[in-house]
Ligand binder design. Structure first.
Ligand SMILES: [Zn+2]
Ligand SMILES: [Zn+2]
Length: 208
């Protein structure tokens, strides 16, 4: 079965960008352990021209951030570029962890959730964006923060393979709060796992 690659990047300024790479690495370890032919391929940090920065007034003061529309455009062209330069591999998805909250004027995205990210598909190419902001609150240890993000990335990837939310002890079961998320099983439940496998074999079947 050919490996399905997901381009992985990050946007914004992170004090500990090494942690993000560790998260992507852990995602790959998970897929390897579970023998799922999905791998994240780090394609470097993504810079968006500062002209797109907007100021958002929050309770904590003014936050500078990029609006979702600018992020999705940048991800889309980055993915097109990566597909062109790495022609021989199978890759139609891109994932970005971002350091700032997600803000948009357009409420019509595929997914918009309290703790999670946003996905958009454009002619078969899928962009996924996940803010680390909601996962920072009360994360006393680095390991805890890392695990929260790891589950968040698996959650978004699950959606990108057509998974809906589930009620089991599973990363596809969205939490009411971060404590719940911390206690959630790190991985897909049996039914979500089978659904991804089914989707992957269908994808293979569709290949010419
Ligand atoms: Zn979700
Ligand atoms: Zn599940």
């Amino acid at each position: 079965m050919p490996i399905d690659f997901i381009a992985a990047t990050y946007i914004g300024s992170f004090e500990d960008s090494g942690l993000l790479l560790e998260v992507y690495d852990e995602v790959n370890r998970y897929f390897m352990r579970e023998e799922l032919p999905i791998r994240m391929l780090f394609v470097g940090k993504l810079s968006i021209p500062p002209g797109y920065l907007i100021n958002l007034q929050t309770e904590a003061g003014t936050v500078k951030l990029y609006p979702l529309e600018a992020i999705l455009d940048a991800l889309h062209s980055k993915l097109l570029h990566e597909i062109e330069s790495k022609g021989s591999i199978k890759m139609d998805k891109i994932f970005a962890l971002v350091s700032f909250p997600l803000v948009s004027r357009n409420p019509y995205f595929d997914f918009y959730e309290q703790f999670f990210g946003i996905q958009e598909e454009r002619v078969g190419l899928r962009m996924m964006v996940l803010s680390v902001k909601p996962f920072e609150n009360g994360a006393e240890r680095r390991e805890m923060f890392k695990n929260r993000l790891l589950k968040g990335v698996l959650h978004e990837i699950g959606h990108s393979y057509g998974l809906s939310h589930c009620q089991n002890n599973c990363v596809m079961n969205p939490p009411a709060n971060m404590d719940e998320w911390d206690s959630r099983f790190l991985g897909y439940c049996d039914s979500c796992f089978l659904e991804i496998k089914r989707k992957l074999s269908l994808l293979e079947f569709e290949l010419p």
